[in-house]
Design a protein around this ligand. Structure first.
Ligand code: GLY
Ligand code: MN
Ligand code: MN
Length: 431
């Protein structure tokens, strides 16, 4: 694993060619009083280091190929309260850095590291506190002008390079993403099996979190959406405190975070295990749109193709349901479909649930490459309105899977949780 991180650093430095790169991990954040939010390292920092302690900075010297970590010093008293710290020496050995120093020496050592370097590779505008400190380091080098020392004169956007690397998942990332997808799918399966009319949304959420934690994924990769009936029409519904009614649908959008990597699955199913005729009509449209989108994910296809294909299916469905009038092309051109489908087809997924990477370059859609990973997640959300048949009121449906681009096509690695109507009904009725 740590060889993987070392290899990533080597690849990054080869692209830099020369100069110094600096990345800090995320700070700890207080929730209230003496309680912190669960700590999670910065994704870029973690991608290149594998190191998960707060208060750490990674420095890469592309000219010499050396990686330097600054981290918290060992502190026996604090470790009694807060747990183990590697300390610089332990971190250097365990994670394969060339040098490691206490974080308290960062300001003292950085001017020496920067002096005489041509370029600084930096996460421009990402971390104001680090920007401020860097001003101090650069100023310290400028103050040495009598000895002829100079700070870097060229500044590059470091994250543009790292974002590109993270867009294509390497073998170790693919394995973790698959496992995160599998655990997320198991959580959804448990939810489908447990759901009954009269339960509360949070009780279903508990079933999902139980599966995540039992499998070593302590936290979800985003706040779980467990939305019964009309709550599904609120895209980021997070209250999860309503009772589930017989006859309603339940939309669940939940995924675990495993070793820093996100799962992200949505399923929608009937609270009582049996789709009504109206629910079935809408569901089949969303499912057909999802399958049409997934079908377009393959090497060489452009990033807009899945979304375009899914949209055509959704719009044809809206016309069939008499939600809208006109032609598919006319509705797409006018944008009137947004009354019922107001988000995009999906996003890259990886360390961040909405992962980094540019889908367009110089205004043109890019092509999928093996190792890229995306969600496909169309939906229809039918709020009551004058132009909406009453039988469809408050039906909100989304179906979402995580899809890896392979050498020859794609791999839907979250499909262990059923999405066909007959499969869902059989599972829920325990037949
Ligand atoms: N759960 C966040 C998303 O689907 O994008
Ligand atoms: Mn998603
Ligand atoms: Mn989602």
């Amino acid at each position: 694993m740590h060889q993987t991180h070392a290899d990533r650093r080597t690849r990054l430095m080869a692209q830099m060619g020369e100069g110094i790169a600096v990345l800090a991990t995320a700070p700890e954040v207080i929730r209230n009083a003496d309680s912190h939010y669960p700590y999670r390292p910065d994704s870029h920092f973690f991608y290149l280091s594998g190191f998960t302690e707060p208060e750490a900075v990674l420095v890469l010297d592309a000219g010499s190929g050396r990686s330097i970590l600054f981290c918290r010093a060992k502190h026996p008293d604090r470790e009694v309260w807060d747990g183990f710290r590697y300390g610089p020496e332990g971190a250097r050995e365990r994670f394969g850095f060339d040098e490691a120093w206490p974080i308290d020496e960062l300001d003292q050592r950085m001017p020496d590291i920067l002096s005489g370097q041509k370029s600084l590779w930096w996460g421009v505008g990402r971390n104001p506190a680090l920007d401020q400190r860097a001003h101090g380091w650069l100023e310290a080098v400028r103050q040495r002008y009598r000895t002829g020392e100079q700070p870097p004169a060229v500044y590059h956007d470091l994250f543009a390079l790292v974002d590109e690397m993270r867009m294509v998942k390497d073998e170790s990332e693919r394995a973790i993403l698959r496992r995160a997808g599998q655990i997320s799918a198991e959580g959804h399966l448990a939810a489908m099996r447990a759901t009954r009319p009269g339960m509360y949304e949070y009780q279903v959420e508990a079933e999902i979190l139980h599966v995540f934690i039992r499998n070593g994924a302590r936290y979800p990769s985003y706040e779980s959406i467990v939305a019964g009936g009309g709550n599904a029409c609120t895209l980021h519904y997070a209250a999860n405190n309503a009772r589930l009614n017989n006859g309603d649908l339940l939309l669940i959008d939940a995924g675990c975070e495993l070793n820093g990597y996100a799962g992200d699955i949505t399923r929608t199913f009937p609270v009582n295990g049996k789709f009504s005729a109206a629910q079935r009509d809408v569901y089949e449209i969303v499912l057909a749109a999802e399958l049409a989108g997934i079908d377009k994910v393959r090497p060489g296809a452009l990033w807009n193709e899945p979304g375009d294909a899914a949209l055509r299916v959704l719009v044809q469905g809206m016309l069939d349901l008499k939600l809208l009038n006109g032609s598919v092309d006319g509705v797409i051109e006018s944008g009137s479909f947004r009354q019922f489908y107001m988000h995009g087809i999906g996003h890259m997924i990886g360390l961040d649930v909405h992962d980094v990477g540019q889908r367009k370059l110089h205004g043109a859609w890019r092509a999928y490459q093996p190792g890229m990973c995306t969600t496909i997640e169309p939906g229809l959300y039918i709020r009551p309105a004058d132009n909406v048949p009453e039988a469809l009121h408050n039906i909100g449906i989304r179906i979402e899977d995580d899809v890896l681009v392979t050498d020859t096509g794609h791999e839907v690695y979250t499909e262990a949780v059923p999405k066909r109507i007959d499969e869902i009904e059989i599972l829920m009725q325990g037949i």
